[in-house]
Write a protein that binds this ligand. Structure first.
Ligand SMILES: Nc1ncnc2c1ncn2[C@@H]1O[C@H](COP(=O)(O)OP(=O)(O)OP(=O)(O)O)[C@@H](O)[C@H]1O
Ligand SMILES: [Mg+2]
Length: 238
């Protein structure tokens, strides 16, 4: 059986994400992140917490290569991302699945089409894509929303479509921003089961969250940001 997580990214075998003294300033004078250093080994399920405005989304956008740091160095799987250009950068981005806090879905397309997009760019067979889309919708309790236009779905449903799109192509690195903010406890559990299955398949996963229930007692590392600075990294229960 092929494991796309293993062969997805070349470079360092052990470290997926490395930040060295990374800062991000937004004009005119917002310091969204201040000198954050962090190492995430390949295969880790890692949580980022902190109050609203602490810098969680900024951190994920930097790791996703959607924003550039003002200072410091970011390496993904051994490559310094500021050195990557064109095809190399595109290839790296294909191996990163991102579930954005504001979703960034195509609102006039169906749930299935939104999820399929991430697989179409890597030339997967249509039958495989169709099967994977149905399986993901089923796992997230959205089977009946397959052919619905995303703009007509509830926020919690859109949030799950966003997650399904992020994991669909089995990316090596999955970044998930506030995945359970609009969900009840039962649906939250579905979301976590899906993330855990990607984790077991070998993906490195970074989850930004306010929801203590999803990191409590999981035995994973939890990093706390406060006003852009790293307060500390705790193991499991806090
Ligand atoms: N594009 C931007 N331009 C200016 N300031 C920004 C921009 N993006 C974020 N910020 C600011 O940077 C800080 C960190 O924002 P960020 O979105 O990373 O916080 P967060 O921890 O994700 O918050 P939340 O829990 O509310 O999602 C905030 O003060 C925010 O206002
Ligand atoms: Mg945020």
């Amino acid at each position: 059986m092929s494991n796309s997580q293993d062969d997805a990214l070349p470079g360092s075998a052990d470290i997926m994400v490395e930040l060295i003294k990374v800062s991000k300033r937004y004009p005119p004078d917002v310091v969204a992140l201040h000198s954050v250093s962090l190492t995430i080994p390949r295969g880790e399920l890692f949580f980022v917490i902190g109050m609203s405005g602490a810098g969680k989304t900024t951190l994920l956008k930097l790791i996703a290569t959607m924003e550039s740091p003002s200072n410091g160095l970011i390496e993904i799987s051994g490559s310094a991302i500021h050195r990557l250009r064109g095809a190399q950068l595109a290839r790296l981005r294909q191996r990163i699945g991102v579930a954005y806090q504001d979703f960034k879905l195509l609102l006039n397309r169906t749930a299935a089409e939104n999820i399929a997009i991430s697989m179409e760019v890597s030339y997967k067979k249509p039958q495989y894509i169709a099967k994977r889309v149905r399986s993901l919708l089923d796992q997230l309790n959205l089977a009946d929303k397959h052919s619905m236009i995303v703009g007509e779905l509830s926020r919690g449903e859109q949030q799950r479509v966003t997650l399904a799109r992020a994991v669909a192509n089995s990316p090596a690195l999955i970044l998930v921003d506030e995945p359970t903010g609009n969900l009840d406890a039962v649906t939250t559990e579905r979301v976590m089961q899906l993330l855990m299955s990607s984790h077991k398949a070998g993906a490195t996963i970074v989850v930004a969250t306010h929801d203590e229930s999803i990191y409590r007692d999981r035995g994973c590392r939890v990093m706390e940001l406060r006003k852009g600075s790293l307060v500390g990294i705790f193991e499991g229960q806090r």
